[in-house]
Design a binder for this molecule. Sequence first.
Ligand code: NAP
Length: 193
Amino acid sequence: MELGYDVVISNSRGPETLAGLVAELGPKARAATAAEAAAAGDFAVVTVPLKNYKDIPVEPLAGKIVIDTNNYYWERDGRIPELDNGEATTSGLLQEHLPESKVAKGFNHIMASQITTDGTPTGTENRRALATASDYPEAAELVTSLYDEFGFDSVNIGLLEDSWRVERDRPAYVVRQNAQELKDNLAKATRTI
Ligand SMILES: NC(=O)c1ccc[n+]([C@@H]2O[C@H](COP(=O)([O-])OP(=O)(O)OC[C@H]3O[C@@H](n4cnc5c(N)ncnc54)[C@H](OP(=O)(O)O)[C@@H]3O)[C@@H](O)[C@H]2O)c1
């Protein structure tokens, strides 16, 4: 909101349960159902426990860029064999669920609270960097531009099939790193943990 975006937020329980958060966020925020929020946005951010990704509305997100923050916590999400055996990625699963959308991985390897506290202006020495990946260049470009607005450099991993490099328990996951350190950590990652 501080960056000027109008935001429509949703959850699983219904918009009325978000009244307190909307009041806290101010006049540029409102609450809606997930389907309404998906329809309202120029782009969408999906941040739900991964086990619920198939609840994300498909049709209202067709043609839109969808930023996927999700991570796989098998303790919470249950075992997902395609992830356990290295045949899929978390963002790839969301892309399969949203075939007409343009999914980009973003903001998954930074604590939520740090998104608004760790940013620094473009060109700052040792600026923190975050990774993205997408099968659609325009989706990766949107994440890169948002990262810069929030105060972060960006490293583009490439396609979603390579986005496992920034998933949970890899060297780049939730550590503070500049762009070169992030590139090095992405290169060090192994497919199976
Ligand atoms: N927390 C972080 O710092 C952080 C950072 C980076 C990435 N992530 C990733 O982001 C995802 C969400 O994490 P979180 O910590 O934000 O989890 P959380 O605190 O459990 O919040 C999840 C939100 O998703 C909503 N939700 C759950 N199921 C839904 C559904 N079927 N339809 C619509 N909304 C639904 C919940 O609404 P209700 O409360 O109404 O159920 C809640 O608002 C995870 O994959 C996590 O790994 C988290």
